[in-house]
Design a binder for this molecule. Structure first.
Ligand code: PLP
Length: 419
């Protein structure tokens, strides 16, 4: 029995899907202890947008350590943090005329969501938050209350209160209905006797990644943004998985014409898998925080600032984002034979794709067979029925093509066997 089976908690999950011991990794490939290579279309659930052991980031971190750069600093000023913040200001915020302040908190996505919820409730004096069906926002109690998945919610141990879930306006047939739901919500908020009061915030992902790769309809999202504004609620965009260039632009909402009050970021922000989380907050809202009120030992880790700073240099010109558009088109074309199959739906944007095969059992078999064939993918969506493809944005074309070939062949075979 391995030490993992002997001592690691039953909570372990991904290691059951990929039952090997991984040892090394470069860009879109991981190698196990036996020397078998895997093409990685999972990429740390969207953390490794710039690949495993990205050469530029690795060198920057090595150099920083070699010169004894400060590695841990709570929220004290460090030169690493200044460089990251200046870069983020110049490369991301200023070109978009975004006046937002940067708040650092504990280094995981769920910490960012917690901080956003707390601030929204503080600013508005309201308790209720509206989140969306199939949304995923993290595992700590406040964020979990926003997460829709019953399996995760069931582990809370206490009632998850003060959040309601309403229809997500995904592109396609559902968008029209979801728009009508928003209209009804607005009517209720305006009717003083409806028993429904406006919320502190709407918490939304522009692309629901864990929820099954559901892409928000533009008219729906704009309507949501205007509803939030008209009822004095904050619009919080959780861009933790779909941000950092994943959809072909730095923010997933860049082409939606909305102006979020708070943006939650984590995952890819640290560049090479070094943890960090950050909220972007409109200055007039940020004024409601008092010093140290939402604290945390690991706020803005310096190694994440160093690697994350290198990640930002990918956004100084349009090269990588053009590549993402082009590789996304490749993914779309390669998946077309699956989209043609009865009962299968392919959805995606940029380099984030989902293949909805309708049944969790089928998806599980496909994920397992892909693994045997040397491809890492994971299942998401209701009952785990969607195979999610979230390869590093830097995946070489040859690896992208090989991985897609494996996925298409395995999926065709599994679906053929199932009829
Ligand atoms: C959209 C979104 N929000 C929040 C989270 C939670 O992030 P973390 O797992 O780092 O707490 C995730 C994680 O997958 C996510 O995809």
């Amino acid at each position: 029995m391995s030490i993992f089976e002997q001592r690691e908690s039953e909570i372990r999950a991904y290691c059951r899907v990929y039952p090997v011991v991984f040892d090394t990794a470069v860009n879109a490939r991981q190698t196990d202890e036996q020397g078998k290579e895997y093409i990685d279309f999972f990429a740390g659930a969207g953390v490794l947008n710039f690949g495993h052991n990205n050469e530029r980031m690795k060198q920057a971190v090595i150099d920083y350590l070699q010169r004894n750069g400060v590695t841990h600093s709570l929220d004290m000023h460090t030169s690493a943090k200044r460089r990251f913040m200046e870069r983020f200001h110049q490369v991301i915020l200023e070109p978009r005329n975004m006046p937002h302040k940067m708040q650092f908190m504990g280094p995981t996505g769920t910490n960012a969501v917690e901080a956003a919820l707390k601030l929204a409730r503080r600013v508005t004096g309201r308790h209720e938050v509206v989140a969306f069906q199939h949304g995923f926002h993290g595992m700590t109690l406040g964020a979990l209350a926003c997460t829709a998945n019953q399996y995760f919610r069931g582990a809370a141990g206490v009632p998850l209160t003060h959040v309601s879930h309403t229809a997500f306006g995904a592109q396609g047939k559902a968008a029209e209905q979801a728009l009508q739901v928003l209209e009804r919500l607005e009517d209720s908020y305006q009717d003083g006797s409806s028993g429904v009061r406006p919320p502190a915030a709407f918490m939304v992902e522009v692309v629901q990644a864990e929820g099954g790769v559901n892409i928000a309809d533009k008219a729906w999202l704009q309507r949501l943004a205007s509803l939030a504004k008209s009822v004095g609620a904050l619009l919080i965009v959780d861009d933790i998985q779909a941000g950092m260039g994943r959809t072909g632009s730095f923010f997933s909402f860049d082409d939606y014409g909305i102006d979020p009050d708070i943006v939650c970021l984590a995952k890819g922000l640290g560049g090479m898998g070094t943890p960090i989380a950050m909220n972007l907050i409109k200055p007039e809202l940020d004024k409601h925080w008092s010093p140290g009120e939402h604290t945390g030992t690991f706020r803005g880790q310096c190694l994440s600032f160093v690697a994350g700073c290198e990640a930002l240099s990918y956004f100084e010109d349009s090269h990588l984002m053009e590549e993402v558009q082009q590789k996304g088109a490749m993914m779309h074309a390669a998946l077309a034979p699956l989209a043609d199959l009865a009962g299968v739906e392919v959805r995606g944007k940029g380099m984030l794709y989902g293949v909805d095969v309708g049944l969790g059992e089928l998806a599980k078999t496909i994920v397992g067979r892909c693994f045997e064939a040397g491809l890492l993918v994971s299942a998401c969506g209701s009952g785990g029925r969607v195979i999610k493809l979230i390869p590093p944005l830097t995946t070489p074309e040859a690896d992208l093509r090989s991985g897609l070939e494996i996925l298409v062949e395995v999926t065709q075979n599994v679906l053929r066997e199932a009829v």
